[in-house]
Design a binder for this molecule. Structure first.
Ligand code: FPP
Length: 246
């Protein structure tokens, strides 16, 4: 493994170092304006740019966003095709700006169902930003927490079968090395917009000790001011990781 995995949630910090966001509510935002759902997704994509840009001033080093889940294929063909085309367009359009702003982009999720052109753009963006050390932006695309754990377990089992891993030595530190997020610290704060209080298969293993914020704002209305206020709330929370405060 090329990089050292940072220690999760180590030490008391004023703000979260890793924020993960379930960007929900694009469809309802569009519906409220009498527009098709894709109109909401386009508005949501614009919001992504603003939120990525404000990370340095909020002290957020890692931002992980849920763009498309393994369950989102169940949506209509029109919406799925529209989202895939939006992702292609977003990557092409934002590539230079992200690189110039020192953002390092990674994608997590299973690429098998994604089209070749999109995969190509994802690879290109990852390569173009691989030496950047500003905000680490991770985009979850065709991502599902259970799917990720299943894929990781498969690779772990293959290593055992090949004699590269002693099953007696498998512990809590082993599986995360096989997850898509193996180079990232665990999220400190998980935000879900649009009033739904569920985590929908997002970063299941990694969020075991995360703080959660479920807020009513629809994703296209989410602002950097609101993110700043959530970060301030986080700073007031007492994270004990199962221990008793002394
Ligand atoms: C959930 O809202 C949103 C999605 C499934 C897609 C998220 C995509 C974006 C924000 C657009 C662009 C992202 C990138 C990275 C360019 P919903 O459709 O479930 O809303 P609803 O619950 O109101 O129907």
């Amino acid at each position: 493994m090329a990089e050292q995995k940072p220690v999760a949630g180590s030490g008391q910090r004023s703000g979260p170092r890793h924020v993960a966001i379930i960007m929900d509510g694009n469809g309802r935002w569009a519906q409220a304006r009498g527009r098709p759902r894709l109109f909401g997704h386009h508005a949501g994509a614009k919001r992504v740019r603003e939120i990525v840009e404000c990370c340095p001033e909020l002290g957020i080093k890692y931002l992980t966003i849920f763009a498309f889940s393994t369950e989102n294929w169940k949506r209509t063909q029109v919406e799925v095709t529209g989202l895939m085309s939006l992702f292609r367009r977003y990557i092409s359009k934002e590539m230079n700006a992200l690189a110039a702003k020192n953002v390092r982009v990674r994608f997590i999720g299973d690429r098998v169902r994604l089209d070749a052109k999109l995969i190509d753009l994802m690879d290109k963006l990852e390569r173009k930003t691989e030496n950047n050390d500003g905000t680490h932006l991770t985009i979850a695309l065709n991502y599902g927490g259970r799917d990720e754990v299943a894929r990781a377990t498969k690779r772990l089992a293959q290593d055992v079968a090949a004699g590269n891993l002693d099953p007696e030595k498998v512990d809590e530190e082993t599986l995360p090395r096989y997850l898509d997020t193996h180079v990232l610290p665990d999220p400190d704060l998980v935000v879900r917009t649009s009033g739904e209080a569920r985590i929908s298969n997002f970063l299941l293993w990694q969020s075991a000790y995360a703080e959660y914020e479920f807020i009513d704002t629809l994703w296209p209305d989410f602002s950097k001011e609101e993110l700043a206020s959530l970060c301030a709330n986080y700073g007031r929370r007492d994270r004990r990781f199962g221990a008793v405060k002394t």
